[in-house]
Design a protein around this ligand. Structure first.
Ligand SMILES: [Zn+2]
Ligand SMILES: [Zn+2]
Length: 255
């Protein structure tokens, strides 16, 4: 590989935190309230109550909370803690697959500048309403863009890859994926914070409804059967936030 290509690839490498969930029975109120976790009882602040589904009017299920305070990418945002609630009854998915339903109606993302014990409001979800529970192991790694986003991110690199793969008589996606693996190693998990979304279907980066600027990728959470988290037909959830308007987040689900 020539140096120019190597240099371009190196510039795009982003640090990520891979997420490995593992099942634990008790994620109730007795557990550390401001730790990253799947399900159980969420971190809420004093002025908050549990969110309700705007489609079916029942309480949304708590899916996960992530403490981003130690993640280097958090400097792009004005929050360091994030919660996600979702309705398993309505199962909202992306408009591209389900034109009728607005996924954001049956999904709520909450962000906090800082999660502190002083502001913590103890609230326990009854065990029979808890749909999943899990701890998280994080591992640090690196990532490059999905081939599907490469043209937008670096047009020169994209056309170079296409030329080289043709010369080598190889499929361009595989060619790119081999380069990614050589530079970053194998992905520890398809759930991670930071880096670039790894799309199941075509790229779908949402725009902020206030400033119309494409949102910044925060994390993607894959289906994990070991903790009973399955998006649609074993899909993946992608979470984005506007860098300017920190109240504006969106989730995309693909499967
Ligand atoms: Zn619902
Ligand atoms: Zn905005």
């Amino acid at each position: 590989m020539d140096n120019i290509l190597e240099g371009r690839i190196e510039k795009l490498i982003e640090p990520v935190w891979f997420i490995q969930p593992h099942f634990v029975e008790d994620k109730g109120i007795s557990f550390n309230k401001i730790e990253s976790q799947f399900g159980g009882s969420p971190y809420l602040q004093l002025n908050e109550s549990l969110p309700v589904c705007a489609s079916c009017d029942t309480p949304l299920d708590f899916i996960f909370q992530l403490d981003l305070s130690q993640w280097q990418g958090v400097k792009n945002f004005k929050f360091s803690f994030i919660n996600l609630f979702y309705c398993w009854e309505c199962m909202p998915l992306t408009p591209e697959f389900n034109g009728e339903k607005d996924p954001m109606k049956s999904l709520e993302i909450r962000t906090y500048r800082k999660a502190t014990l002083e502001k913590y409001k103890p609230i326990e979800i009854p065990m029979e309403s808890v749909t999943l529970t899990g701890d998280i192991n994080f591992s640090e790694g690196e990532l490059l863009p999905d081939y599907k986003d490469l043209e937008k991110i670096d047009e020169v690199l994209y056309s170079t890859i296409n030329e080289l793969s043709q010369k080598a008589n190889l499929n361009e996606v595989e060619y790119w994926e081999n380069l990614v693996e050589a530079a970053c190693g194998t992905l520890d998990s398809y759930s991670f914070i930071g880096g670039y979304p790894q799309w199941i279907n075509k790229p779908n980066i949402p725009e902020c409804e206030v400033c119309a600027i494409p949102m910044k990728f925060v994390c993607q959470i894959d289906s994990h059967e070991e903790i009973d988290l399955i998006w649609g037909d074993k899909g993946c959830m992608y979470l984005f936030s506007c860098e300017k308007h920190n109240k504006n987040q969106k989730a995309i689900i693909q499967y």
